[in-house]
Write a protein that binds this ligand. Structure first.
Ligand SMILES: [Zn+2]
Length: 228
């Protein structure tokens, strides 16, 4: 997997080019040192059909936590009824994860990048009534050019500081839990999957939330700390 370029590196590159702080930047953590984390879940769908992990949705509902779903446009199209139900819960933020989940959007031309973002936004709006404002690149594969294209559409790019690794079937729940609890810091954006690709996610979440609460952490949506 390609290593995503961090926001800091891009800002340094932008400063060297004399572009100032308004240049392309990937957000990989929330701007706070408070004990809060954002729970984010990708709902990707590439060429293979995917469905909403209703067990996980039920767990998150009973935990009563706010969270963010980065939704693919094709996923929204193929799961229209399920995502419309999801959008009825005001605690859930729904954001943009491209239309067809290309493996590497760096290989797309500017116009194709724009089309992926806008077609996803349109499908998500049609199925959920929600307007998206944050974008996450498939597999976090991005460079300054594609980030700039996405930003020119009014989006901010939101990734993560470290991945949970939950799509890896060889990674047991205990390992995901231990690694996340070892690495987590205030302001982190945690990434899991809610499209059936998160093999042990439903087993991890209740234990993770209990331990984070014990440590004094709260849970926020992206829009709470990244502005409107
Ligand atoms: Zn994805």
């Amino acid at each position: 997997m390609a290593v995503p370029v961090t926001g800091r590196l891009l800002l340094v590159a932008a400063a060297l080019l004399g572009c100032g702080v308004s240049a392309a930047a990937i957000i990989d953590r929330l701007p706070t040192r408070e004990r809060v984390v954002a729970l984010t879940f990708d709902a990707c769908e590439g060429p293979t059909p995917a469905t909403l992990d209703t067990e996980l949705v039920g767990i998150l509902r009973s935990e009563g936590v706010p969270y963010t779903v980065f939704m693919g446009g094709r996923f929204a199209r193929d799961n229209a009824r399920a995502v419309a139900d999801l959008a009825r819960d005001p605690r859930i933020e729904i954001e943009n994860h491209s239309y067809s989940h290309p493996q590497d959007m760096r290989r797309l031309g500017d116009e194709q990048v724009r089309a992926e973002v806008l077609r996803a936004a349109e499908t998500i709006r049609a199925t959920t009534g929600r307007t998206t404002r944050f974008f996450r690149f498939p597999a976090g594969r991005a460079d300054e050019r594609v980030v700039s294209v996405v930003e020119s559409l009014g989006y901010r790019v939101v990734h993560w500081r470290f991945p949970s690794g939950d799509p890896d079937p060889k990674l047991p729940a205990d390992a995901i839990l231990a690694d996340t609890l070892e690495r987590v810091r205030g302001g982190d954006i945690l990434i899991f999957h809610i499209n059936g690709r998160g093999v042990h996610t439903a087993a991890v979440l209740p234990r993770l939330l209990a331990e984070l609460r014990r440590r004094g952490y709260g849970f926020v949506r992206l829009d709470a700390l990244l502005g409107p």
